[in-house]
Design a protein around this ligand. Structure first.
Ligand code: ZN
Length: 384
């Protein structure tokens, strides 16, 4: 009972400290409030806190907390401090106030993923009195997962710790996720030559060139679907989506410029480099002699797909504790970067991913005991 009160109290504090991250500077907030709450809790439990500056305006830092001895090995529990922006009109309650009904807790970030920090600190607090730590337990709080993943990238680039295992507590309904897709997004621009539609030969119609490119890209998407099948995924192939096309302004003008945006979600068997080359080859061939009028640019740096070796002990330990089979998911997480520090990684947390980024984000109360038990046992297995 005491630990659920601690959990609720801490979760309430975290929810009431806004930490929205957004490409829109009017919505983007610092994460200092969250870090101060976590530092205070950690210090009360003899945790050692280390900040890493990631962004200066507004100030955003990663925070690494260590419990237990400063020796190699141990366990890293990781979460992101930021949330997505919110649609105030849709919320039944104040998104920055923890509220509850008999079945759920509500608030922005209760599952994605301020809640994980509260679960992790509660679990450690319960066992720290009675068990001796032989290896360190790390708690990592990152910035800007919802936008650029700058926090996870910076941490992975400079990490000096070498844990034996990593858990990222994104909401998975307690299912151990051992692989996921990556993410790539592109803009393709065709620069034609506009003129009056009464004499088409005087211009170069950008829509016509883009039309050939779209046909080529759709053939490429079909090829990806049939040739790179991976039955481990719910959507069992790397997807490609043409998300927007804009071109032209009037029926009586030849279109001078046309723009297309698309995304690709690579599976672990299809690297971003390989699909990048395939896309560029496809566009070059489809455009033919007009290729000099075409520009291809990345909208964001690619997020690589992630996979932990299926034979890894960490996966079977997670399956054993939770009683749930391993799975793969179509979305991406910071695992793409944190796994590069060289330890097996599983994504596992409370709450349903379908409720993340939604109005009235909710944490099912029936999963709190399950994540608490999982965290106590995985900490014991890795650190004690
Ligand atoms: Zn998240």
């Amino acid at each position: 009972m005491e630990h659920i009160n601690y959990f609720k109290d801490l979760l309430g504090k975290l929810i009431s400290s806004p930490s929205v991250s957004s490409e829109d500077p009017t919505l983007d907030r610092s994460n200092q409030g969250i870090l101060e709450i976590l530092e205070n809790e950690a210090k009360a439990m003899n945790g050692v806190c280390l900040r890493q500056k990631v962004i200066s305006d507004p100030p955003k830092d990663n925070l690494l907390i260590r419990f237990g001895p400063d020796v190699p090995g141990g366990l890293l529990l990781s979460g992101h401090t930021d949330t997505v922006p919110y649609d105030e009109k849709g919320w039944k309650t104040n998104p920055f106030e923890l509220t509850e009904d008999p079945d759920f807790f509500y608030g922005l970030g209760v599952i994605d993923m301020k809640g994980f920090f509260a679960h992790a600190l509660t679990a450690y607090r319960e066992i720290m009195e009675t068990s001796k730590m032989l290896r360190p337990l790390y708690l990592l709080a990152t910035v800007d997962e919802e936008t650029t993943m700058a926090g996870a990238k910076s941490f992975a680039a400079e990490a000096s710790i070498r844990p034996d295992a990593i858990i990222i507590g994104e909401p998975t309904s307690l299912t151990p996720i051992f692989k996921h897709k990556g993410y790539m997004a592109y803009r393709i621009t065709v620069n034609g030559k506009s003129c009056h539609s009464s004499n088409p030969d005087e211009g170069i119609n950008a829509i016509s060139i883009m039309n050939r490119i779209i046909t080529g890209i759709e053939t490429m998407a079909e090829h990806m679907k049939t040739s790179f099948r991976d039955d481990g995924f719910p959507v069992n192939y790397p997807t490609l989506n043409i998300g927007s096309v804009h071109g032209g302004d009037a029926p009586n003008r030849i279109c001078g410029s046309c723009l297309l945006e698309l995304d690709i979600r690579p599976t672990p068997a299809t690297s971003p480099q390989m699909l990048d080359e395939l896309l560029k080859k496809t566009v070059r061939e489809a455009a033919g002699s007009s290729f000099e009028r075409v520009q291809i640019s990345e909208l964001y740096p690619p997020i690589p797909p992630f996979e932990t070796d299926p034979s890894s002990d960490l996966i079977s330990i997670c399956e054993k504790i939770t009683g749930k089979r391993r799975a793969a998911v179509n979305y991406s997480t910071e695992a793409s970067f944190l796994s590069t520090i060289g330890a097996p990684l599983v994504v596992l947390g409370a709450g349903d991913i379908a409720d993340a980024h939604q109005i009235n984000e909710k944490l099912p109360k029936r999963e709190i005991e399950g994540i608490n038990r999982f965290l106590r046992e995985i900490i014991a297995a890795c650190c004690m």
